[in-house]
Every structure is written in structure tokens, then in C-alpha cells.
Write a new protein. Structure first.
Length: 479
């Protein structure tokens, strides 16, 4: 029997990173996870991962790599809506090189707008909707002549002049046994992945997926739709195994749990125990996102998190207004956020607060109220974003229906460009208010001096880095 050795290329396209986070280089986790899964079930595949950021490749160089490898299938990373056009440019380039290359995309944006994307971009062949591992593997089986494309669940595809929407694919019942991401395919760059503002340029950096989905239902978050309101977690042992693998094999010392809401509780305490008992807790740093009410409700766990190497938490504060929080479907009281931030700071965990402006009811006065609240909250760092109607969210559905959306340029859907006005403010005024929020917080000379000389090393590094990078000037250039 002849084995068909297909060539599969995964691409992290050339892109500009979100300037607020500074200079950083994360590994392309999504495509590495897909690569690991398909090769576990088909060892005949020739797989190449092109990480344009790590390799310093721009568009001309990417074309040369595609030309040299001549893939049968190309799948670019499509994590965020703001990267849509870069994904399309990648697959368009591949079709120009060889029209027979099968182009496949996935992720939250394309899952939501699968049919619209196929209608808009003739260079696109297949959209994998939702959880992509098994669907991509079956697309490959189709290319090998082993099954019909019409039998592959969870895809939308072009068939001659029509667009076919296959039934959804059920989620994995368990994600515990998914293989480690295929770090070996980018092994030459594992020591180069870094997050300068958080951990320093010389500290190797890895992303770890500990769970998928979120049990909450915030109206601006894409996770609810994409994961069907489900939440599935890997065990504390499995998560610690991945930490240890990266630590021992690649020298990784900074870990980012990618989960939108890993959640705190018994499982997190068990993860701390796993890390501490393996003997490398004092040699690593890790970061996670958490709800403020989760932090407060599990405050006895916070010291153990710090002992296990957790050094930085992004706390979703969002707003000072109970009415605005209710409109977000964020069931939390502003007073809880203040307690959460103080609790983190008391335990030497760097406290990052995220805030959102641009709610439909926002005015100059309400946003000034938010600025006053944040100054009183006094997190170590405050990141303010503009409410953005990302496809797949309840907010997008409402905004599209009500005609609020004034900007359909997907590259602006990065949470720092105003996409829609409020009842009281134009888009231009919302944009100006974003700048004022940053100026209010970081313009304080007292805060900047305290940050530069803070006893918390992460705070010192962050404020010195931001001063060097000129974040305020970069934000002003958006206007």
C-alpha cells in the first residue's frame, strides 16, 4: 500500500504586536497544538512551522518559504479578529505560488463568520469551526483520498460555486490527553520567546493552555460562543507536566496560562502543590487572568499561589459602575475589585487591572468617574481598552442589529480603536478618552517614581520599560 506523505505548513504571519504590551515574542501555541495532534495520528506527514516573528521573516521571505516547501495544505494562525487580513494575505500568497494548495483557516473570527469569509475571499478553501484538532485531521484524510469532505464535521467549505456548511463537531469530552504542543518544530527559537515587560528580554517564555472555555457569559467576550458555554480543564498534574517539560527541555522560566478564566479553588491549590513539590517553583514565574470575585472568594489560596511562582495576575475590573458591569453581564461589585487588587499587592503579586470604556451609556463624566476610581484602586498597572464588538459576542449581535458599528475594518478590532460611538460620545471622543485614561494613570509623577523604585521587581521592570518605550507617545499617534 502506497503511503501519501502530505506536506502541511503552519504559518504565524508577519504582524505588529499590541504596543501597550510592549516588545514580546510568544510561541505560536495554537498552530503548535494542531501540529502535535495531527502528527500523533499520522506520522507520515511532513510538517513545517513558519513563525515569521521568531525568524524575522517579512512577506517576501514568507513567499520564498512557501515556494521552497510547496505545501499541500497551508494553515495560518488566526487568533484575533485584528489579524484577519494578514491571514488572508498569507493564503492569497500561497494560491499565487500554487493554486492547488488547500487553504484552511480557523479560530474565533473565522468560526463565527465562516460563510461570509468564504464569500468574501475566493482564495479561502475551508474554514474549520470551533475546536480544530479532529476536523483538521479529517481534512488531511480527505486530501489523502481516505474520506469525503462532506463527512468532515465542523467545517464550512467551497464546493464549486456553492458554500457547504457541515454539521458542528462536538467538543472533546476530555482535553487531558491532548499532546504537548509541538515545541520541537520551533526548538531553535524556544530560548528566544520572551515577554520583555513582564519577565525581561533574556527570560525564555512559553504559553500553556490549562483549560478551554469559560462558565461565565460576559457580553463582550468571544469565549462564550466559541466554546459553547462549556468549560473543560486539564488536571493539575497534566498542567505541571507541561511546565516541567518546557522548564527542563527548553529552559523556559516564564509561563503564561492562556485561559481566559482558569478559575481559583481546589484545583488551583493542587497545581500549586504540584509545582512546589517538583522543586522548581523558586526558579520560575507565571501569569494568569482571574476574576476579582474569584480572588476574594479564595483569598486563603493567594499566598500559596505566590509560593508556587505566580508573580502576576490580570484582574478583570472592567468598570466602577454597577450599571455598566450589569450591561456587560459581569456579575461583580466594584468594591470586590478593590479588595482583590489590595489582596494581590499584599502578597507581592503584581496586580494588573483591565478597564473598559465605550459602553453605550458612557459620557465624559462617566469615564472621568472611572479614572477617579482607578486612581483610588491603585493597581500596579492599569490597562484600559475600548469596548469592541468582536464577531461571535452578544455585543456584536446587538451592535450590528442596532446599527452602532461605524468601522468594519477588521484590523481596527484591537480594543484600542473606537469602532462605535456611545449615546453621548462620538468615536473620535471615545478615542480621545482612551488617551486621557492612560494620561491620568501614568501621567502621575508620584506613581511613576514609585513604580521605578518599587520593592516589587515586576513593578520596577514594568515602569522602567514603559518609560523607555514611550507608551504614551505611541498611544497619541493613534489619532
Amino acid at each position: 500500500m502506497t503511503v501519501i506523505a502530505l506536506r502541511i505548513m503552519f504559518v504565524e504571519p508577519p504582524k505588529d504586536f499590541w504596543f501597550v504590551m510592549g516588545e514580546y515574542l510568544p510561541p505560536p501555541l495554537g498552530i503548535l497544538a494542531l501540529a502535535a495532534y495531527i502528527r500523533e495520528y499520522d506520522d507520515s506527514l511532513e510538517i513545517e512551522v513558519v513563525d515569521c516573528q521568531a525568524e524575522g521573516i517579512r512577506w517576501e521571505g514568507l513567499g520564498e518559504r512557501i515556494e521552497a516547501f510547496r505545501p499541500d495544505l497551508i494553515a495560518p494562525s488566526a487568533l484575533a479578529t485584528c489579524n484577519t487580513y494578514r491571514v488572508i494575505r498569507t493564503i492569497g500568497m500561497s494560491k499565487e505560488i500554487d493554486p492547488t494548495i488547500t487553504t484552511v483557516v480557523g479560530g474565533q473570527h473565522f468560526s463565527t463568520l465562516a460563510q461570509e469569509s468564504l464569500e468574501a475571499y475566493p482564495e479561502l478553501d475551508i474554514v474549520v469551526r470551533g475546536e480544530g484538532e479532529q476536523s483538521l485531521l479529517e481534512v488531511i484524510r480527505y486530501l489523502k483520498g481516505e474520506m469525503s469532505l462532506s463527512d468532515v464535521k465542523g467545517i464550512t467549505f467551497r464546493q464549486n460555486d456553492r458554500i457547504v456548511v457541515n454539521p458542528d463537531r462536538p467538543f472533546f469530552e476530555e482535553i487531558e490527553d491532548l499532546p504537548f504542543p509541538a515545541y520541537d518544530l520551533v526548538e531553535g527559537y524556544m530560548k528566544d520567546y520572551h515577554f520583555t515587560m513582564m519577565a525581561g528580554r533574556a527570560t525564555p517564555f512559553a504559553l500553556v493552555e490549562a483549560s478551554r472555555g469559560c462558565p461565565h457569559n460576559c457580553n463582550f467576550c468571544t469565549q462564550c460562543y466559541f466554546w459553547g458555554g462549556k468549560w473543560r480543564s486539564k488536571s493539575p498534574k497534566r498542567i505541571a507536566d507541561e511546565f516541567e517539560h518546557c522548564y527542563n527541555t527548553f529552559g523556559t522560566r516564564f509561563f503564561w496560562l492562556t485561559d481566559d478564566n482558569f478559575g481559583l479553588g481546589k484545583r488551583t491549590g493542587e497545581l500549586c502543590n504540584e509545582i512546589i513539590n517538583r522543586g522548581f517553583a523558586e526558579d520560575i514565574m507565571w501569569f494568569m487572568q482571574a476574576r476579582c470575585d474569584d480572588i476574594v472568594n479564595h483569598q486563603s489560596l493567594v499566598p500559596r499561589l505566590r509560593k508556587a511562582g505566580l508573580s502576576w495576575i490580570l484582574a478583570g475590573v472592567e468598570s466602577h459602575s454597577p450599571e455598566t458591569l450589569a450591561s456587560f453581564n459581569k456579575r461583580i461589585d466594584p468594591s470586590v475589585s478593590k479588595d482583590a487588587i489590595q489582596l494581590l499587592k499584599n502578597n507581592d503579586i503584581f496586580a494588573q487591572a483591565t478597564l473598559i470604556i465605550g459602553d453605550r451609556s458612557d459620557s465624559h463624566d462617566t469615564i472621568q468617574g472611572l479614572r477617579n476610581y482607578v486612581n483610588d484602586l491603585d493597581p500596579d498597572i492599569a490597562i484600559t481598552m475600548i469596548l469592541t464588538p468582536l464577531p461571535g459576542t452578544a455585543l456584536y449581535t446587538e451592535a450590528d442589529r442596532e446599527g452602532w458599528i461605524e468601522d468594519r475594518n477588521w484590523s481596527h478590532y484591537d480594543m484600542i480603536h473606537a469602532i462605535m460611538p456611545t449615546e453621548h460620545l462620538s468615536r473620535e471622543e471615545v478615542q480621545e478618552e482612551l488617551y486621557m485614561c492612560y494620561r491620568s494613570f501614568y501621567g502621575s509623577m508620584k506613581r511613576r517614581i514609585a513604580g521605578v523604585f518599587s520593592s516589587n521587581k515586576f513593578k520596577r521592570r514594568t515602569y522602567r520599560y514603559m518609560a523607555r518605550q514611550g507608551v504614551m507617545s505611541a498611544l497619541r499617534r493613534l489619532f
